[in-house]
Design a protein around this ligand. Structure first.
Ligand SMILES: Cc1cc2nc3c(=O)[nH]c(=O)nc-3n(C[C@H](O)[C@H](O)[C@H](O)COP(=O)(O)OP(=O)(O)OC[C@H]3O[C@@H](n4cnc5c(N)ncnc54)[C@H](O)[C@@H]3O)c2cc1C
Length: 335
């Protein structure tokens, strides 16, 4: 493992906040977490940081940051129609997507272009273009902290929900995920329920295939989301609110073109539409802003401080509440 003191985090958070942490440990093997627990190092404040693409640091972190750096994709089982891959937490998500395309494994293709590492994917059950990662997860392996007790949770034990899981709720900050097991199809099997994706395919006159879906998802993403090498952000800053039917009916009177999706007995609204209707899309205060092409995304145009970002997102939450009586919740982990 590699240990650093007073370590700058600028290159470890896609929001590009200029913060640092007291100690930063890069784990090169999963078992090293056991040594750290035995040395009682996790009795201080600690945080597990993957690619830092779903986090907003509001100040320097006065504690230990653990960063899984171990990588690898192993095929552990193959049947006529399916394969099982066991993927190490430090593997880049996009490397897994590339591997699947190369080997013709189906299931994860709609999730191309999501930054970050594989170990983080189950935490908020990443999702995009009609697919959630839980649809392909067989199990999650790791250690319960701070005692380093090994765990192996089957998919149905992970309590996956919309941008949520047991790792984000009951076990928040209490697990170190070392591997994710994916069960993928060897036969073509596409999800084209998302309108923007099916439209892009027909607009480019492409038949559904692994390569074409990946190409179209990347094209749609590039047209809506900032390039994180140029503009700081953490993707969708807010969760889409899930509201009771009465709230939906009330709001529908106020906004006849209200976008909504069924969510069990409730209704999921598009937070981006509410922010846009409230007049915030493209709004900029210094270097903090709401991205002009996608109102869900709070951006750092260069030198926004954590305080600038905080003031802006709090104003958005408060104004959306005043106008629509809907409370937006951040999707991003705020530290
Ligand atoms: C431009 C952009 C687009 C995005 N698009 C999407 C999208 O379409 N869909 C979507 O769902 N998300 C999206 N995101 C959000 C983000 O990329 C995902 O949530 C991603 O999975 C985060 O990975 P990460 O490694 O950067 O996680 P981090 O931000 O480093 O961590 C996220 C959380 O996981 C925990 N964690 C990380 N690794 C481990 C581990 N090994 N064990 C236990 N806990 C761990 C952290 O403590 C933290 O709570 C986007 C972000 C950006 C910047």
């Amino acid at each position: 493992m590699k240990v650093f003191q007073n370590y700058p985090l600028l290159d470890h958070n896609t929001f590009k906040m200029k913060v640092s942490c007291r100690q930063f440990i890069e784990l090169e093997r999963p078992e090293e977490i056991v040594n750290l627990c035995e040395q009682h190092l996790l009795e201080q404040p600690f945080y597990i940081l993957g690619g830092g693409s779903n986090v907003l640091f509001t100040k320097d972190y006065d504690g230990l940051i653990l960063h899984p750096a171990f990588q690898g994709i192993d095929k552990i089982e193959e049947e006529a129609r399916h394969v099982t891959l066991r993927v190490a937490a430090g593997t880049e998500w996009e490397k897994l997507i590339d591997y699947c395309i190369q080997h013709h494994y189906f299931g994860l293709e709609n999730l191309t272009g999501i930054p970050g590492l594989v170990g983080s994917a189950p935490v908020q059950n990443i999702g995009a273009y009609g697919v959630e990662v839980k649809d392909c997860i067989l199990a999650v392996d790791g250690y319960l902290l701070p005692k380093a007790t090994p765990f192996h949770y089957q998919c149905d034990e992970c309590q996956f929900g919309y941008r949520s899981s047991i790792f984000k709720k009951e076990l928040k900050g209490k697990t170190f995920i070392t591997h994710v097991l994916f069960r993928l199809s060897k036969e073509p099997h596409y999800t084209l329920t998302y309108k923007a994706l099916s439209e892009e395919l027909s607009c480019q006159q492409l038949e559904p295939s692994l390569d074409n879906i990946v190409r179209c998802v990347r094209a749609v993403r590039d047209s809506k989301l900032p390039d994180i090498t140029k503009i700081g952000c953490a993707g969708s800053f807010f969760q889409n609110p899930i509201v009771p039917n009465e709230d939906y009916q009330r709001l529908k009177q106020q906004l006849p073109d209200l976008v909504s999706y069924p969510a069990g007995e409730k209704v999921k609204l598009a937070a981006g539409q509410l922010i846009d209707k409230a007049g915030w899309k493209g709004h900029r205060e210094g270097d903090a802003g709401i991205y002009p092409k996608q109102a869900l995304v709070v951006v750092n145009y260069g030198n926004a401080s954590p305080e600038d970002i905080r003031q802006l997102y709090e104003k958005v939450i408060s104004d959306v509440y005043t106008k629509f009586q809907i409370t937006l919740q951040p999707e991003v982990n705020i530290l």
